[in-house]
Ligand binder design. Structure first.
Ligand SMILES: Nc1ncnc2c1ncn2[C@@H]1O[C@H](COP(=O)(O)OP(=O)(O)OP(=O)(O)O)[C@@H](O)[C@H]1O
Length: 323
């Protein structure tokens, strides 16, 4: 038996294939697979590029798979439609199809009860206790994604716009943002925001890195935005647990640059949650290995084999972290 894990995303898609002895025998990366954002043709093409070369040599019946894909849970008949496309393009039955936050959760704490927060360009939170599960936030940049890089970038640029037209007193924030973005005046500022050549969501989210740099040198407004981002992310966790009622200590894991690379947001997030008995920990496995784990658990969910398989996955992850 082979175990296939797929981690779909808005910018790239990763696949790992393991054999029954848990040897990693294939890994590959292709373009984005958000069927809602990228469309069906792109989705089909990137799936083919990702897996066709390896799957054509394996009997489809010997594969247990888990696909963690964006947009799952966000349109009607999602699983049915995605399963049909996977079958048409790859000639395999997709055993498990879940939103990509679920494989992040599975990797986070080895598919045990707990809550996982993804905070990158966008954000979404997922938690599970036994058979009960819940998603919080992740409504997209137009009306939500509070706490994400997009939110931090938006809040920063909004503050600058208020300083520019005089609704707020000018501070160093405007000066620093102008310097970092190489802007001369308000026309350059507008051009940066509405540039038709760029993807607006990621363009605005890219400012979050600058907000972080400015906060590190002590800018109060930038610091406030980051702390509010942490508060929004913490709220998704406590909201999830109002429903799940996981007993303390409640394990919370995370992925995405806003929590991985920004210690101001991360430390505030940890501090806010510690009061409620939440233990925030880095993930034990990457999301794609979380997908492989779910593919395996769907096939074999107890006994020594499970423990051995998990230990092998932990070893693969450790080795990859070193590289
Ligand atoms: N130190 C930082 N502080 C705040 N934001 C950051 C930091 N480093 C990177 N970012 C932001 O994180 C975003 C990228 O997030 P990530 O690396 O998790 O990838 P992603 O896959 O695009 O996100 P998503 O999972 O939402 O699709 C970029 O918008 C970037 O500006």
């Amino acid at each position: 038996m082979y175990f296939l894990g797929v981690d779909g995303g808005g910018t790239k898609t990763i696949a790992y294939l393991l054999d029954e002895e848990s040897n990693l025998i294939f890994k590959n990366t292709s373009g984005p697979t958000n069927i809602l954002e990228n469309g069906e043709e792109v989705f089909r093409k990137n799936l083919r590029e990702l897996l066709y070369p390896v799957l054509k040599n394996i009997n489809p019946k010997d594969i247990k798979s888990c696909f963690g894909l964006p947009a799952v849970g966000e349109f009607r008949e999602d699983i049915k439609i995605l399963r049909k496309i996977i079958k048409e393009e790859l000639n395999i039955e997709a055993d498990t199809i879940v939103n990509d936050v679920v494989i992040g959760w599975a990797g986070g704490n080895l598919a045990r009860d707990g809550i996982h927060v993804v905070a990158g360009t966008g954000t979404i939170t997922y938690g599970r206790k036994g058979n009960k599960d819940i998603r919080v936030s992740g409504w997209g940049s137009i009306i939500g994604d509070e706490g994400s890089a997009y939110y931090i970038g938006y809040r920063t640029l909004n503050e600058v716009s208020r300083e520019l037209d005089g609704r707020k007193r000018r501070t160093d924030l405007t000066k620093l943002i102008f310097k970092k973005l190489n802007l001369r005046d308000h026309l350059d500022f507008i051009e940066f925001i509405y540039d038709p050549q760029k993807d607006r969501r990621s363009n605005i989210a890219s400012v979050a890195k600058i907000t972080y740099e400015i906060a590190k040198i002590g800018d109060k407004k930038a610091l406030k935005i980051l702390k509010e981002s942490a508060k929004e992310l913490a709220l998704t966790v406590t909201t999830a647990n109002k429903f799940l009622k996981i007993e303390k200590p409640i394990t919370v894991t995370y992925s995405g640059s806003v929590l991985e690379k920004n210690e101001i947001v991360r430390e505030e997030f940890i501090k806010l949650l510690a009061k409620g008995g939440y233990e925030v920990k880095p993930p034990k496995l990457s999301p794609v290995l979380g997908a492989v784990l779910l593919a395996f658990l769907n096939y074999e969910n107890n006994g020594q084999k499970r423990e051995d398989f998990i230990n092998k996955l932990l070893k693969i992850y450790k080795e990859e972290e070193k590289q």
